[in-house]
Ligand binder design. Sequence first.
Ligand code: NAD
Length: 437
Amino acid sequence: MKISVIGTGYVGLVSGVCFAEIGNDVTCIDIDKAKIERLEAGQVPIYEPGLESLLQENRQRGRLHFTTDTQAGIADSDVIFLALPTPPGADGAADLSAVLSVADQLSNLLGDHFTVVVNKSTVPVGTADKVRERINANHPDNFAVVSNPEFLREGVAVRDFMEPDRVVIGTNSPKAEAVMRELYAPLTDELHPILVMDEYSSELSKYAGNAFLATKISFINEIANVADRVGANVEAVARAIGADPRIGSRFLQAGIGYGGSCFPKDVQALAKTAESYDYDFKIIRAVLEANKAQRHVFIDTILGHFNGDLRGKRIALWGLAFKPDTDDIREAPALTIIDGLLEHGATVVAHDPEAMENVARVYADSSKAPQMTSEPMLALESADALVIATEWKVFRNADLSAIYQQLRHPIIFDGRNIYDPTAARSLGFTYYSVGRP
Ligand code: NAD
């Protein structure tokens, strides 16, 4: 099929490359000129394992194109994906301005043949209706708007896209359904089903999924806080409850809370949707509160050790990305921790394998900013403690004796529970983690 993807970010680029990989002719469109130039040169502007080689292969096959020209990019497309940002607006609800402005553009640009416009962005219930209305203004016929929420995870996005747990399609149009089934046929089977439903259920399912996962994380963090008080070990508890298939063992790692470009904004947007229908979604409110608090629980542990005064202290911090295997720092817990440490007078020296450039950009105009080092061990030089904020494998596999040698004071605040407390203490570390005695 001839496909275009409008919005070439984490979701749009992975989708575009993968649709090309399974044999479609794909044009990725973006308003960011610099991004498109890099992509045309065969470079991937984000860190996503496996993406660059697929991109280059499909460029060579002539199946993958990049442009900033929407009109040229969508010409003759059978399917147009919208993979546009939907950040939180001032009131916490999803800001649909990018999605709706592109819908207005499409209203003037769509051609005569049947086109399926697919919303891949995470959008509140009713957005397909709004997009349809906007397109309808100048282009009343021969198109359908479909909801197709994306469930990929950054860091394993290519695999998630190529082997989806499920593909959700929301549409009431049999013609559009047939196109979507054909498009996804190479990626779906009994184990990777395509689930067709009405648009509203499809739109809501993305928020419900993320809100449920966020709840699971916040739940185990709350158990960790109880474990800390009663002298239990949250990891043992997680193993015990995770063995129950009704609960499942994944997403039961206690830590400093969730971040990223999706959970925080999607949980908030779901709360807002409920509110706008006069429904008080009590669990979601609690999740938002618990997640926010968890970062401060950790900062308080650090402050508690230093009697509330970090002036003159040099703190090494490993991990800036909101999770491993990505350079994404949107809503990363590390940033809240850095701010907390700086605010209390500490010098922060950080390292992350992929996210340092993005963090440098965030602090470019700040009077207080973390320093960064090219090597993780360099961050430890003369440091009074090491803080772990992201569980990258390279940190997990680090040699604890070498860390001990390098630090000025052998103290670890492990916000991701990556080290064995007994091993750390037997080496002489003062070791704090989350929910483990
Ligand atoms: P992103 O910020 O990485 O990418 C969005 C891209 O759209 C950017 O490159 C931006 O320049 C471009 N853009 C903005 N306005 C445009 C316009 N008018 N015309 C053309 N391009 C435009 O965002 P993302 O992480 O890919 O997320 C996109 C959507 O997918 C969001 O709704 C998000 O919630 C959802 N989602 C994201 C993930 C994830 O892991 N990142 C997973 C599932 C769903």
